[in-house]
Ligand binder design. Structure first.
Ligand SMILES: Cc1cc2nc3c(=O)[nH]c(=O)nc-3n(C[C@H](O)[C@H](O)[C@H](O)COP(=O)(O)OP(=O)(O)OC[C@H]3O[C@@H](n4cnc5c(N)ncnc54)[C@H](O)[C@@H]3O)c2cc1C
Length: 457
């Protein structure tokens, strides 16, 4: 395996993951590093950062997919951007193994490492889950969901068999946290607009089911807001099941813990996240949930004290929440923390590079939460201030339109919303995205036209 050594003229800062934390940390480092002070290398399997809070709106057809991702190369001028997956971290010898897609793995050495690999869906060992369900953590999943769901509506409009049609038009979302609620609400909104275009379908043909294991949804907002959202979804015809588990979904037959069974062609898993499993293939200290353990100054710390040259924050780290909030005393995995931890991490890492020993502590008091529930519908909670309906929806759009990194993306997102406002949401599915070669293969295999003898003069 090749080892890509850094020129020892300057130290390498290796950022594992170019998501929210990785992108903003690298930007802060590049802005503040002196000339030739260090090389910043960012490794990510994707050439872009995904703005995950927009995934439900991408799936719901309100945001164009490319507008919800941010190019790493374009926004990290001066950094080395490596498109590949880190598969192993050996901090004792300060190198990682990188697997670029379709190429040989190689080793990459470093002086300082930033662990910013985020989280992955917490998929439970439920029969049928990994075969039949889809998560919503990646832009590709959101794109697939939009086209798949609109295609289901189109296909169902031609189905004469009631059972088949019911199965095609039953959409299940497991998980009633923020992501799950936004997902089911955006999709329900889109499907309602789509169904209106078909004479053979009515809203009564469509079934949306929300399954939540706890007795309430959205722990990020207060009880009364959460209860209002349940009522709101029920008024829109969504079947909301609380205190309920999905026990099986083999062959798309959904079996719930309340005894109900039904077929559903679309099952979305939004039931929480866990730290990126790449950390398990490292010699870094992890907690019982697989997160790298970090101090409030974002240096990695194990039982033997600070691990020199290692930094962590975001979804893949257990960072103490000094505000007294959080779950179990640690920052919850959200973008609100990741984006604020990044500049602190960059500042402290620079201080360490310069031999300083004073580090800033990360402190952030939760600002509250805003969620979109489809066009002109939302819910929010900022301290004691609670909003519902169009005001909360406008707050949601305003906040996330402002929060997506880069002016380029902000402009594209706002322009898209403005166009949708004037022209309406585009509910046309693109076909065969999973098999784009199909039409060409069919053409290549089609029978040649029968040869006709040229007419004799
Ligand atoms: C549907 C949805 C809605 C959300 N809505 C909100 C919201 O409204 N408000 C909010 O505050 N938060 C929200 N979040 C959570 C928020 O998006 C995350 O907490 C935030 O992105 C965490 O940032 P991060 O940098 O730690 O991880 P990420 O942004 O996930 O970045 C991790 C990066 O690491 C890369 N990576 C993964 N594996 C490897 C590897 N082996 N090697 C190298 N790189 C790797 C990934 O490709 C990714 O780019 C939402 C999440 C989802 C899924």
């Amino acid at each position: 395996m090749a080892l890509i050594r850094n020129s020892k003229l300057r130290p390498r800062v290796l950022v594992v993951g170019g998501g929210y934390l990785g992108l903003v940390t690298a930007q802060n480092l590049l802005k503040n590093l002196g000339r030739g002070e260090a090389t910043v290398t960012v490794v990510d399997p994707n050439p872009y950062m995904t703005y995950q809070p927009f995934l439900p709106e991408v799936a719901g057809g309100s945001i164009e997919p490319r507008h919800a991702v941010v190019s790493l190369r374009r926004n990290l001028k001066g950094a080395e951007v490596v498109t590949g997956k880190v598969t192993k971290i050996v901090h004792a010898d300060k190198y990682v193994v990188v697997e670029p897609e379709g190429d040989e793995p190689f080793e990459l050495d470093y002086d300082q490492i930033v662990l910013a690999a985020g989280s992955v869906p917490r998929a439970l060992p439920i029969p049928g889950l990994k075969e039949e369900a889809i998560g919503l953590k990646r832009i590709e999943e959101a794109v697939y969901l939009r086209d798949h769901i609109l295609d289901q509506v189109a296909k169902a409009s031609l189905m004469e068999n009631d059972e088949e049609r019911r199965k095609a038009l039953t959409f299940v979302n497991v998980g009633g946290g923020f992501a799950g609620i936004e997902t089911i609400a955006e999709l329900e909104d889109m499907v309602r607009s789509a169904v209106a275009q078909y004479e053979t379908l009515t809203e009564a043909d469509v079934r949306f089911v929300l399954v939540e294991a706890m007795s309430r949804i959205m722990p990020e907002v207060g009880e009364s807001q959460a209860a209002w959202v349940v009522e709101h979804l029920r008024e829109r015809g969504v079947d909301v099941y609380l205190d309920t588990f999905m026990q099986d979904c083999t062959d798309k037959l959904v079996k719930l813990s309340n005894g109900e069974e039904f077929y559903a062609d679309t099952i979305i898993w939004n039931a929480g996240v866990k730290a990126n499993p790449v950390l398990v293939d490292s010699d870094l200290p992890l907690d019982e949930r697989g997160r790298v353990t970090a101090r409030a100054d974002l240096r990695v710390e194990g039982e033997d004290g600070v691990v020199e040259g290692a930094w962590a924050a975001g979804d893949n780290a257990a960072v103490p929440d000094l505000s007294g909030g959080g779950v179990g005393g640690f920052c919850v995995p959200n973008a609100q923390h990741a984006v604020r931890q990044a500049p602190v991490l960059a500042q402290n890492l620079l201080a360490a590079l310069r031999g300083e020993t004073e580090f800033k502590q990360y402190f952030h008091k939760n600002l509250g939460a805003v969620a979109g529930l489809g066009l002109y519908k939302g819910v929010s909670q900022m301290g004691d201030f609670e909003a519902r309906g169009i005001l909360a929806w406008a707050m949601h759009r305003g906040y996330h339109g402002y929060a997506i990194p880069t002016i380029d993306r902000k402009v594209r997102v706002f322009a898209g919303w403005a166009l949708n406002f004037v022209l309406g949401r585009d509910v046309m599915p693109l076909k065969d995205l999973e098999v784009p070669f199909k039409a060409f293969v069919e053409a290549a295999e089609s029978k040649p036209a029968p040869r006709k003898e040229p007419a004799k003069a």
